[in-house]
Design a protein around this ligand. Sequence first.
Ligand code: SR1
Ligand code: MG
Length: 405
Amino acid sequence: MSVQVRPTYEPLNELTVLDVVKPLDFFDASEQNQLHVREIGDGNLNLVFHIESATSKKALIVKQALPYAKVVGESWPLTLDRARIESDALLKEAESVPHLVPKVLFSDSALAVTVMEDLSDHVILRKGLIEGQIYPQLAEDIGTFAAKTAFYSSDFYLHPFEKKEQVRKFSNPELCKITEDLVFTDPFFNIETNDFPAELQPDVDRIWNDKELLKEVAQLRLAFLTKAEVLLHGDLHSGSIFVKSDSTKVIDPEFAFYGPAGFDIAHFIANLALNHLSQNAHAKEPFHRDSIQSYLLQTIEKTWETYRETFTQLWNEKATDPFAKTEGVLESFLQKTFQEAIGFAGCEIIRRTIGLAHVADLDSISKREVELFYKKTALELGAKLIKNQRKLTNITELTDWIRGA
Ligand code: SR1
Ligand code: MG
């Protein structure tokens, strides 16, 4: 009788990762001894190995969660369960948008490992945008991703028992706590982990002392804490999206959980808005700046329109909610989602400017005074979105504000 011993967790290295890959038979026997391994993780939290056959050039990715946040070190312990959440979220997303997520080939919750399709022919969207690249399919793909994953995970579609089972499965308290702190709390108080240049102190003080703003943030934070509306990616910024001209892949759903419907789309829009601001510094010529900025604004508009249209179509064809045909119910859900998204986007813009985790779009501006100018502008834009979220009814009003920032 053979006894199967469950692997115990150990951080992988460029040698031991092969013990995970070899039994998968992804590579032919003749290739097994010529695999080239590189650790390529540049995110805040995980190890990522790229494993390629020297002969056939076939490749795959092994992602392993570390028991702490890599960005800070071992002093910040972090659950390994996020690896299970990530692979389960990728599999769930693949049920409705298989073309928009990497294929999962294997996962092991004890090792906190997910093995997936290699996407080295894509680039991280943030990098591509900073370089001034344009991705024609991006808006439709992200609008579709957000709408389909939202609708199919919601009470509008699922039986209440199934919905509650999914909420339980995607309970993700530790990763949600990171967002609760880093997005919705710390940037609005004088907390040590905030990170901003001293010259911004007067602008930051203005935020910390703005009672109207803080009241709105408290409500957005409560919505994030309590509204289990749809399964979210949970961290849909432009570093969580791989692109090439004809393909979009949403990666890294380790922050997935059931939350308020507008949250994912808000983070995507906020990161495009930050890139829009930064193009004033990055673009080499005015003509190129104008064209990338107008592309970014069109992308924001088309993403929301695609979300709205796709969600509406699914609602009309597939909703099981007893009030689905009642006049105004869908419209009021979409309006509430839109307005909340504007508030969430404002929080994301502010935290990426003065909180712990920044974005390269602003941080890589080489001239100090230019960087400071656009960071101040980002803070003003973020505060405006949070305070005026309920005044907006149309996506072009939002893009007008971003254009005018
Ligand atoms: C400690 S994690 C910092 C940030 O990186 C992730 O991608 C999330 O955005 C998180 O807030
Ligand atoms: Mg990530």
